[in-house]
Write a protein that binds this ligand. Structure first.
Ligand code: PGA
Length: 252
């Protein structure tokens, strides 16, 4: 079931997402969190850091799994997703290094890197709470539009649209890596709860696929319609453009 929550603005959305996560961690201190990168969760991480500083959330037992990583960017590269997480969350809270899991972008043996992440997910999982953004093309993690969905961790070619979308983080489009390693649709779908955030109107078409009643591998996020517990947090600008409304509204 998908529940939609509409917030006045990005700051409120981010704050409420952080409060929700902090609450889940309070209920289960060793929560397994699936984490996303990109511009959407920046506000959420900022709010989580504030809550941590105010002693309202304790990450000492929290275990994390990130969705994806660019291939061939070392961890210390400012655009690597590992670097992003260090900068915006990990270095600012009391998370333990051994509880952080990332797919290996600097792999020599692609199969080995994918199997290793799958094994770590199997040993620790399922994920309690998976944070997701959504690509303007409907991707989740780097599960890009394709003829079929891939369930397990895999190496993927970035879609042309993703390369264009992500060029804003690099000096120019040619610098955007063409490949990435990503958690598969299977691990995302096994998460007990999914919290998807969207605050940009470029995501409207992709979001509408969440309420369409059609599962389409060309819009990977559409699979979320089969999940039992998906919370979608949007701001009011995005909400205005949503064609479909799910039946359960968390708030107005
Ligand atoms: P964004 O990316 O948060 O930078 O818009 C979301 C995504 O591609 O999943």
């Amino acid at each position: 079931m998908i529940q939609l929550a509409i917030f006045e603005d990005y700051q409120t959305l981010s704050r409420q997402a952080a409060i929700y996560i902090a609450d889940r961690i309070k209920q289960k201190p060793n929560t397994i969190l699936g984490l996303a990168t990109g511009s959407t969760p920046l506000g959420l991480y900022e709010e989580l850091v504030s809550l941590h500083k105010a002693k309202k959330v304790n990450f000492s037992e929290v275990v994390t799994f990130n969705l994806d990583e660019y291939a061939s960017l070392p961890k210390e590269h400012p655009q690597s997703y590992y670097y992003f997480m260090q900068q915006h969350l990990f270095s600012k809270v009391n998370i333990q290094l051994h509880n952080i899991h990332f797919p290996e972008g600097m792999f020599h043996d692609a199969n080995h890197a994918c199997q290793l992440y799958e094994q770590q997910l199997l040993e620790n999982g399922p994920i309690d709470l998976q944070i997701l953004g959504i690509g303007s093309n409907g991707h989740i993690g780097f599960n890009e539009p394709a003829d079929r969905m891939t369930l397990q961790t895999h190496i993927t070619d970035l879609a042309d649209r993703t390369i264009v979308d992500n060029a804003r983080f690099f000096n120019d489009e040619t610098e955007v890596p063409r490949k990435a390693i990503t958690m598969g649709i299977g691990s995302i779908m096994k998460a007990k709860t999914i919290l998807l955030l969207a605050n940009n109107e470029t995501k409207t078409a992709a979001l509408n696929a969440l309420f369409s009643g059609v599962i389409d591998p060309n819009i990977p996020a559409s699979i979320l319609q089969l999940h039992e517990n998906v919370l979608v947090f949007v701001n009011s600008d995005v909400a205005k453009h949503l064609k479909y409304r799910p039946t359960a509204l968390m708030n107005k």
